[in-house]
Design a protein around this ligand. Structure first.
Ligand SMILES: Cc1ncc(COP(=O)(O)O)c(C=O)c1O
Length: 449
């Protein structure tokens, strides 16, 4: 009896132990394996290893902290959240506090406009713990439409706006709709932010790179776009869209009206959907930011007909600039010139994910509709906003000046609070002297980060 039990037990164990796992590296989605995402790549992994070693008390490293500068993560780099935003969010998360407005004002120093804004938002979304409309809360989309109209001088329709979990999820939505198989291609600027190449890999679609022109302050080079487009077409790629990152990451370029016009002209002639990633629009400190929507509307006025069917998606986010709330995952995209039947499919697609995070949507509302002059929060908001803006600018200039002194590195003067350096060689930090030294025989990388 004793023996039989042991055998049965052993058999069960043996059966369990030998059953192989269903998933291995060889049978998962090959497109996930093929995707490269440098911002989570080798350097980031090494940095994390160092962080863990330091946290465990390792004293053998010649530094005592690790700064993760590989992704634009403002608050990890000490950017303070804007008080007004967090005051409103705190009431949205804990509306019971609104039952005691007197304490909020006197004990916690919450200005009345914070209380009013929280009440107005709650009246629309009911609870930040509830799903919203899949396209985003109506009140917030109205505010975004007003913001765009004020920025560009051309109207925007809330029906064409989709609130998102950051710009990344908007890009993923749009590329999922655009790419219909392995022959579909999308023009992507190089250097770029690797979201685009990675998402195209996931979709098994073609990335058609076009080089930005370093000697034109990293502006777009229409000839380079046309040349790469022709090559891709000749190779059988059905090029359907062009991505423009404006202001550029990692280039720090802010495109001129002429560059924008050039891209829209190619888009009209070649029937390309324009994907304008404008998440850094408030980081511009030299010249003015011009949105692709404004550029398109102006061209449509100047040359009736030619640009009428240009399809444009423009994206914005709460992650960057003075808002810097990337952990809250909020953003939006606007569709311009899309076939209503395609827009209906986009709506269906976003509905599958139910809705973007509602607290992120509320941050979008605060970003596009901040305190106005005369309201109690206005002065502090302005002070904090301008303080962050000045800080970002001086950091960009400090980096620019440091890069200028480095052997092997060239750097264009930044127009935006992102530093447009280019590698002539890979740089290493000499751990004894703390100085940067070039790493020889290294080709410039083809991806930005
Ligand atoms: C150019 C660009 N687009 C999109 C994103 C992603 O932004 P979000 O946090 O809104 O998804 C980033 C993040 O660094 C970026 O640099």
């Amino acid at each position: 009896m004793q023996t039989q039990t042991t055998v049965a037990y052993t058999t069960r164990r043996t059966l369990t132990a030998v059953a192989p796992r269903r998933l291995t590296l060889d049978n998962i989605n090959p497109h996930v394996k093929a995707a490269k995402y440098a911002v989570r790549g080798e350097i980031a992994t090494k940095a994390e290893e160092y962080r863990v070693r330091l946290a465990q008390g390792d004293k053998s490293l010649p530094f005592d902290s690790v700064i993760f500068a590989n992704i634009g993560n403002p608050q990890q780099l000490d950017q303070k959240p804007i008080s007004y935003f967090r005051q409103v969010l705190s009431l949205l998360e804990n509306p019971v506090l609104l039952e005691n407005p007197e304490s909020l004002r006197t004990t916690f120093g919450y200005p009345q406009d914070v209380i009013d804004r929280a009440k107005a938002l709650l009246a629309d979304v009911q609870s930040v713990g509830a799903y919203s409309h899949s396209q985003g809360a109506p009140l917030i989309r109205d505010s975004v439409a007003k913001f765009i109209e004020q920025r560009d001088g051309f109207p925007a329709n809330p029906q064409d706006l989709y609130l998102t979990a950051g710009a990344s999820s908007g890009v993923s939505t749009v590329l999922n709709i655009i790419c219909d198989g392995p022959s579909a291609g999308v023009l992507v600027p190089i250097p770029q932010y690797p979201l685009y190449t990675a998402t195209l890999s996931l979709l098994d679609a073609q990335c058609v790179p076009y080089l930005l022109d370093e000697h034109k302050a990293w502006g777009t080079d229409v000839n380079a776009i046309k040349e790469n487009l022709s090559k891709a077409k000749a190779a059988g790629t059905d090029v359907r869209a062009i991505v423009v990152i404006n202001p550029g990451n990692p280039t720090g370029a802010s495109l001129s009206a002429e560059d924008i016009k050039g891209v829209l002209e190619v888009a009209a002639e070649e029937r390309l959907v324009v994907i304008a990633d404008e998440v850094y629009q408030t980081n511009v400190f030299a010249g003015e930011f011009i949105s692709f929507k404004k550029g398109l509307r102006q061209l449509q006025q100047e040359t009736p007909g030619k640009y009428d069917n240009v399809e444009l998606v423009s994206l914005h986010s709460v992650s960057k600039g003075m808002v810097g709330e990337c952990g809250h995952r909020g953003g939006y995209f606007e569709l311009v010139g899309f076939d209503p039947e395609v827009a209906a499919q986009i709506y269906k697609y976003v509905s599958i994910m139910l809705c973007p995070p509602v607290i992120g949507q509320c941050l979008v509302e605060l970003m596009v509709n901040p305190p106005k002059e005369g309201e109690p929060s206005y002065d502090l908001y302005q002070k904090e906003y301008n303080g962050i803006k000045d800080g970002l600018r001086s950091r960009a200039m400090a980096l620019y000046e440091a890069f200028q002194e480095m052997e092997g590195v060239e750097c264009q003067e930044p127009q935006v609070s992102i530093c447009p350096f280019s590698y002539r060689s890979r740089m290493l930090i000499n751990q004894t002297t703390g100085r940067y030294v070039p790493f020889p025989n290294h080709q410039p990388p083809h991806q930005g980060y």
